[in-house]
Design a protein around this ligand. Structure first.
Ligand SMILES: *Cc1c(COP(=O)(O)O)cnc(C)c1O
Length: 233
């Protein structure tokens, strides 16, 4: 079982290396976030021992439980799911990255909770890049207002954008969605300042489409199935 997970993990690392080779990028410029949702702690521990440090969960309670059970390790925790403002207080003490912020109200709450414990939290602004259907993330037009608001925050650091592409059998079909996220990042770079807003990161690409995402500039890929196997939900 644990042999399986390590060989699947190494296969993902290989895919990342090859994708980087094909577009002349440095594989070290890509952060692999292992999305462990619904999978047992032993899988996470096995990967930690193997040198994988970034882990993502998409439910607040699952993240809280996971951070608690894995305890004080070198793990770096990412929250990647639909974020309810009232759940932020349960993760700020340990989470390192909140990738799925799409409202000023959520930024305000992260800032409030992070300042209480004087802890810096990295965040990404999630943008709806898949159009009408799935409504996750802010609309591209809202980005300027959100980033302008973030400029004055002290404990909340915007580090880039996150997007989820439409699910498609052929990943080439979602290339325009990844390109949109990168364009939006490039077009908002004038809003960067010394500390609070820096837009170096693009979190995009999952099991099905990581190669396309990397060729369009992803700096973080969020991989679940290819590492942990199929999920039963
Ligand atoms: C589940 C999930 C992933 C990983 O998806 P896979 O297709 O299993 O690699 C990435 N990002 C988010 C936001 C997710 O919820």
């Amino acid at each position: 079982m644990s042999e399986d997970i390590i060989s699947r993990y190494e296969a993902v690392k290989d895919r990342i290396r090859k994708a980087c080779e094909n577009c002349g990028r440095d594989p070290d410029s890509i952060t692999l976030v292992a999305v462990s949702k619904t999978k047992p702690d032993e899988d996470v521990l096995r990967l930690l021992q193997h040198g994988q440090f970034h882990f993502g969960e998409n439910r607040a309670k699952a993240l809280e439980d996971r951070m608690e059970s894995i305890g004080n390790t070198s793990a770096v925790w990412h929250f990647i799911g639909n974020l309810q403002t009232n759940k932020i207080k349960y993760m700020v003490h340990r989470v390192n990255w909140i990738e799925s912020i799409h409202k000023k109200k959520a930024l305000k709450e992260v800032e409030k909770r992070a300042s209480e414990i004087e802890r810096i939290i990295n965040v990404l602004i999630q943008v709806n890049i898949s159009g009408e259907g799935q409504k996750s993330g802010c609309e591209p037009e809202e980005l300027e207002g959100i980033l302008t608001y973030a400029q004055k925050l002290r404990y909340t650091r915007v580090r880039g954008l996150m997007g989820m592409a439409t699910f498609a059998d052929d990943p080439e079909t979602v290339r325009p969605e990844f390109r949109l996220l990168k364009d939006l990042r490039d077009r908002h770079r004038h809003l960067e300042n010394d500390t609070a807003v820096q837009l170096q990161h693009l979190s995009m690409g999952m099991t099905n489409d990581l190669e396309v995402a990397i060729s369009e500039g992803a700096t973080m890929v969020r991989i679940g199935t290819a590492i942990f196997g199929e999920r039963n939900y």
